[in-house]
Design a protein around this ligand. Structure first.
Ligand code: AMO
Length: 481
C-alpha cells in the first residue's frame, strides 16, 4: 500500500520562491515567455503562475537540454530542472521577484508544444481587437494584466467572505431556474421540457429568495449570485454579472449601511486599495442632484484620480415612485397605473411617509428607505429596508394600479410567506464586477471577468447564442419562425 503523498515525487518550485533555493537544484514548470538564442547560450524567460524566472541553457552543462531548448517557441509548456545560481550583483533584475537568481538547466522536458499565439501576450492587450481577444480568451488571460485582475477578483471575494462570516452571515445559494422578479430589466427565459409551453426566468437578482430566507429565520444571509438581465450591454453592464448580495433581519437603514461600510472598508484594505475616507459621506438624492446633477458622482480630486483612490458615498432619500413614461412597455405595468417604483417594489417607505403610502396619497412625495452606494462616478450598490407585512407590500402594488387579482398573480407567494411571522429586514446588493474594475483601475467590467461576452452578446470562445437541434425543439414543443 502507498499513500498519495509518498507517490507524488515531483517537487516543484515556483518562480517567486526560487531565490530560496540558491546554491541548490530546483525544478520549475511553466510557459516559455521568450527565448533568446545567443549562439551557444540560450536564455529562456519562463512564466509560471506567479512570476517569471530566467533560465540559461549552456551546452557545456547539458548538451541534451540545449538540444531541446533549440526546439522551444513562445508558449511551449516545459519542466526544467537545474542549478539555482545567484546572479552577479550587476546582473540582478529588480523588476522580477526571482531577479537575484537564474536557473542553469540540466534537464528540459516539453510538457506541451504550442502554435504561435494569434496576438502578443506579453503586452497589456488593450490594442487587440475585442472579438479576437474573447475568441482566444484562454490566451488573453495569460497576460500579466489579466492574471492580476482575475486574482484581484478572487482576493476581493475572499476578503468579503471573511468579513461577512466574521459578522455571522451565512452563505446560502438560491436557484437559477425560477420565476420572473421585478428588477426592471427584461428576463432571460428557459423553456421547460416537463411542462411544454411554460418557461423559467433566470434571476435578475435573488431579491425574493433572500427575503424568504429572512422569513425562514437565517437572519444574516449573503452570496455571490450570478444575475441575468437582458438589457443593452455597456462598459459597466453585462447580460450576466455577479453581485455580493446580502440581507439582514431586525435592522434599520443605518444598521445595513454601517455593516456594508465596514465590510467594504475591510475588503478594500485587504486588497491594498486606497480609500479617500473610511467613513462614507451621505447625500440625500435631492442634495446629490443639486450638487452633482446626478445620483452617481465622483468625489475624487484630480490628484486622487491618478493614484487609484476609491471615493465612496451613500445616496439616500430617493422618491419611491415615478410617473410611468409613455415609452414604457405597456404590458409591464397595468395600463391604468400612473406610477411605478424607482428602485425596488419590495422597499419600505421612510416611517414619516407610511400613512401616505398605505393610503396612496401624495405618491410623488413618498420617500423610500433605498440607499445606493456610489464609487468614483459609478453606482456600485443598492438596497433598502423592505415592506415586511402583507399590507405594506400590497400598498406598493396598489399604487402601481394592480388589481387584487394581479397582485395575487404577481406576489401572492410573498404575501403568503409574510403572513407567517416575518421579521423586519433589509439588505443590499453590490456590483462585484464594478467594484473589482474600479479597484483594478480598469474602465470596463469585461477586464475583470474571466469569460465575458462581446459587445453584441456573443459568449467568449464557445460562440453562443447558437441554434439548437430540431430534436431539442420538438421535445420542448417549440416552433421557430
Ligand atoms: P440593483 O439592481 O441596484 O439591486 O443591483 C445591484 C448592483 O448590481 C450592479 N449591477 C450590474 N453590474 C453589472 N452589469 C449589470 N447589468 C448590472 N446591473 C446591476 C450595480 C448595482 O448597484 N435586488 C436589488 C438589491 C437589493 O435591494 O438588495 C438589486 O439587484 O452595481
Amino acid at each position: 500500500m502507498y499513500y498519495v503523498e509518498a507517490m507524488n515525487k515531483s517537487s516543484r518550485v515556483l518562480s517567486s520562491k526560487a531565490h530560496e533555493f540558491a546554491g541548490d537544484v530546483a525544478t520549475i514548470k511553466g510557459w516559455v515567455r521568450i527565448r533568446r538564442d545567443h549562439g551557444k547560450l540560450i536564455f529562456l524567460d519562463i512564466r509560471d503562475r506567479d512570476g517569471i524566472i530566467q533560465v540559461v541553457v549552456n551546452p557545456r552543462i547539458s548538451e541534451e537540454a540545449h538540444k531541446v531548448a533549440q526546439e522551444l517557441r513562445p508558449e511551449f509548456v516545459v519542466e526544467i530542472t537545474g542549478n539555482v545560481n545567484k546572479r552577479p550583483e550587476n546582473a540582478v533584475n529588480k523588476d522580477i521577484v526571482s531577479g537575484t537568481v537564474e536557473i542553469e538547466a540540466t534537464e528540459i522536458k516539453i510538457l506541451g508544444s504550442a502554435e504561435t499565439p494569434p496576438f502578443d501576450i506579453t503586452t497589456d492587450g488593450l490594442d487587440v481587437n475585442e472579438e479576437t481577444r474573447l475568441k482566444y480568451r484562454y490566451l488573453d488571460l495569460r497576460r500579466n494584466r489579466m492574471q492580476k485582475n482575475i486574482r484581484l477578483r478572487s482576493d476581493c471575494m475572499q476578503a468579503f467572505r471573511q468579513a461577512l462570516i466574521k459578522k455571522e452571515f451565512v452563505e446560502i445559494e438560491t436557484p437559477l431556474l425560477s420565476k420572473a422578479t421585478m428588477e426592471g430589466a427584461r428576463d432571460f427565459i428557459v423553456p421547460s421540457r416537463y411542462q411544454p409551453g411554460k418557461f423559467y426566468a433566470l434571476p435578475q437578482s435573488p431579491q425574493q429568495y433572500k427575503q424568504l430566507l429572512m422569513v425562514a429565520g437565517f437572519e444574516r444571509y449573503f452570496q455571490f449570485p450570478h444575475c441575468l438581465r437582458d438589457e443593452d450591454p455597456r462598459a459597466d453592464r453585462g447580460f450576466e454579472f455577479t453581485q455580493l448580495d446580502l440581507e439582514m433581519s431586525f435592522v434599520a437603514r443605518e444598521d445595513v449601511m454601517e455593516t456594508v461600510e465596514n465590510v467594504v472598508v475591510e475588503t478594500v484594505k485587504a486588497v491594498k486599495g486606497k480609500l479617500k475616507s473610511d467613513k462614507f459621506p451621505v447625500f440625500t438624492y435631492k442634495e446629490a442632484i443639486e450638487k452633482f446633477g446626478a445620483d452617481k458622482f465622483d468625489l475624487r480630486t484630480d490628484e486622487e484620480k491618478k493614484d487609484g483612490t476609491l471615493a465612496f458615498a451613500w445616496v439616500i432619500d430617493f422618491p419611491f415612485f415615478r410617473p410611468v413614461s409613455k415609452t414604457e412597455i405597456s404590458d409591464k405595468f397595468d395600463s391604468k397605473s400612473k406610477w411605478t417604483f424607482t428602485h425596488n417594489p419590495f422597499s419600505m417607505p421612510i416611517s414619516e411617509h407610511k400613512e401616505w403610502f398605505l393610503k396612496g396619497e401624495n405618491v410623488g412625495q413618498i420617500i423610500t428607505t433605498q440607499y445606493d452606494l456610489v464609487c468614483n462616478g459609478l453606482e456600485v450598490g443598492g438596497g433598502s429596508i423592505r415592506a415586511h407585512t402583507p399590507e405594506l407590500l400590497k400598498a406598493t402594488y396598489k399604487i402601481m394600479g394592480y388589481s387584487e387579482q394581479q397582485i395575487q398573480e404577481s406576489i401572492g407567494h410573498m404575501l403568503e410567506a409574510f403572513s407567517y411571522g416575518t421579521p423586519p429586514h433589509g439588505g443590499i446588493a453590490l456590483g462585484l464586477d464594478r467594484l473589482v474594475a474600479i479597484l483594478g483601475g480598469e474602465s470596463s467590467i469585461k477586464e475583470v471577468t474571466a469569460f465575458p461576452m462581446t459587445a453584441t452578446g456573443r459568449t467568449a470562445i464557445m460562440d453562443a447564442p447558437a441554434e439548437v437541434s430540431d430534436e431539442q425543439l420538438r421535445e420542448l414543443k417549440i416552433k421557430i419562425g
